[in-house]
Design a protein around this ligand. Structure first.
Ligand code: MN3
Length: 198
């Protein structure tokens, strides 16, 4: 199998109480695992694609054959988005510093401006999707949301930090209160990891 489910980079209870252990276990062990399994299935007859990295496949999504493109968007996007998500959580929150902190200040007037924009984008995303902090092709920071598992990589953008707003990401603890989840998640962000993505 070309793609494998990466282990969580910390214990499943690391983000308690912001994100509960059971949600982490189901989200990683069932949802993310299913994206990986379905990505591998979609690429069974496309061994040339299966040799590439998931980043490269998504950046070159237009060259993926029609027959499997949507499956790759959904499951390859799902695999990459979740791998990034796990890597940028497990931290202790605070604010971005260094070059990323400077860029946040310049783009959004400061950290509260970034939070407000990401909370707003995630709240307004109808149905399932992600709220993103990305770096655009010309090196600028941007906040926006995507539907389903659509990856910013497909639009030539580099995702730095994303908040999963699918119900599976928060429903056990927050039920219908998506904005509460969007406000709480900042307390477990790993800004060192986000800075590396920048
Ligand atoms: Mn998810």
């Amino acid at each position: 199998m070309p793609f494998e489910l990466p282990p969580l980079p910390y214990a499943a209870d690391k983000n308690e109480p912001t994100i509960d252990k059971q949600t982490m276990e189901i989200h990683h062990g069932k949802h993310h695992a299913a994206y990986v399994a379905n990505l591998n299935k979609a690429l069974e007859a496309h061994s040339d694609l299966a040799k590439k990295s998931i980043e490269q496949i998504l950046r070159e999504i237009k060259s993926v054959p029609d027959a499997v493109r949507q499956a790759v968007i959904n499951n390859g996007g799902g695999h990459h988005n979740h791998t990034l998500f796990w890597s940028t959580l497990g931290g202790s929150g605070g604010e971005p510093t260094g070059k990323l902190g400077d860029a946040v200040k310049s783009a959004f007037g400061g950290f509260p401006g970034l939070q407000e924009k990401m909370i707003d984008a995630g709240t307004k995303r109808f149905g399932s999707g992600w709220s993103w902090l990305v770096k655009t092709a010309d090196g600028k920071l941007e906040v926006y949301s995507t539907a389903n598992q659509d990856s910013p990589l497909m639009e030539g953008k580099t995702p730095l930090f994303g908040i999963d707003v699918w119900e599976h990401a928060y429903y056990l603890k927050y039920q219908n209160r998506r904005p509460d989840y969007l406000k709480a998640v900042w307390s477990v962000v790993n800004w060192d990891a986000v800075s590396k993505n920048f």
